[in-house]
Write a protein of this length. Structure first.
Length: 298
């Protein structure tokens, strides 16, 4: 398993505007913040960076505005070794942003999609060749649902497995539930999925992340749990995206599901040690060393 897998990620590209504060403001309240920073973000871009650092050749399909944030984010992705030929520029909408408030090892996030919501099925059609050449496709829900649905159809046409990260959660069309290979909800998203009549049919596709409690998944009719690694936490913002990028890279390289989840759990643990969704994302070598030092969690 020495060859790099090809992972194509279709999703959002944002600039994260991050504020750290001692206390979360209540409704109508003003508090003083401690720091303000801008970081590259967006679930799609975050997962692309994670997958690239963790050993995959990554194609990114997305959309930015014709503005300074868009230019900066495209350059950043190229610097991370990501193929940005699938990134389009929209002249009418601004680049997406996320306003992130960090306090007491937790976060609250407001996303303004901007150009991300202009990513249409027509644009996916322009980049079908990227999907066709992929080992794994990874998609999230910060772009229009019709585009997500169409992407999964195209991947199915080329027999490419799809990981769908259902965040931020929206009701999923039955076709999506049937065609996607895996779903990676957190506990809240999994509970929402559970209300769907098809949930029992797709249970084996569910890989549920539970933060510090670890990961639940199903395999061959049995339920399994992999605990998380205990580490010092500075910012949990990018942990889920790191997990998804790692999972795509590992599965694309041919690892078994338990192996891929264990590796991805370690990568997510390392990611929370620094500020910024992408700031703490580790390299493959860092995760392998971490696993050697810590061993398998029990």
């Amino acid at each position: 398993m020495t060859n790099k897998p090809i992972v194509t990620i279709i999703g959002s590209i944002n600039m994260d505007l991050t504020i750290t504060t001692q206390t979360m403001p209540m409704q109508g309240e003003t508090v003083l913040g401690k720091h303000f920073s801008t970081f590259p973000g967006g679930k799609g871009a975050n997962q692309a960076v994670a997958a690239a650092r963790l050993g995959a050749n990554v194609n990114m399909i997305g959309m930015v505005g014709a503005d300074a944030f868009g230019d900066k984010l495209s350059k950043h992705l190229r610097k991370e070794g990501i193929n940005d030929s699938g990134i389009s520029i929209d002249n009418e909408a601004s680049t997406g942003i996320a306003n992130i408030i960090l306090s007491e090892n937790d976060n609250r996030i407001i996303v303004v999609p901007g150009a991300n919501y202009r990513l249409s099925p027509n644009i996916i059609d322009q980049h079908r060749h990227l999907i066709k050449e992929s080992d794994v496709v990874l998609v999230q829900l910060e772009i229009p649902m019709e585009t997500v649905n169409y992407t999964v159809q195209v991947a199915k046409e080329f027999q490419v497995p799809v990981i769908l990260n259902p965040a931020p959660y929206q009701d999923l069309p039955d076709e999506l539930l049937e065609l996607a290979t895996y779903f990676t909800p957190n506990e809240i998203e999994a509970e929402a999925l559970n209300s769907n009549p098809l949930f029992m049919k797709i249970q084996e596709k569910i890989i549920m992340t539970q933060g510090e409690k670890g990961v639940h998944y199903f395999l061959n009719g049995k339920e399994y749990h992999i605990p998380s690694y205990q580490v010092g936490v500075k910012d949990t913002t990018g942990a889920g995206d790191t997990f998804n990028g790692a999972l795509a890279a590992q599965l694309g390289q041919g690892h078994s599901l338990p192996e891929a989840i264990r590796f991805s759990t370690a990568a997510a643990a390392l990611s929370v040690s620094k500020i910024g969704a992408q700031g703490g994302m580790p390299t493959k070598q860092m995760v392998e060393q971490f696993l050697q030092e810590r061993g398998s969690v029990q």
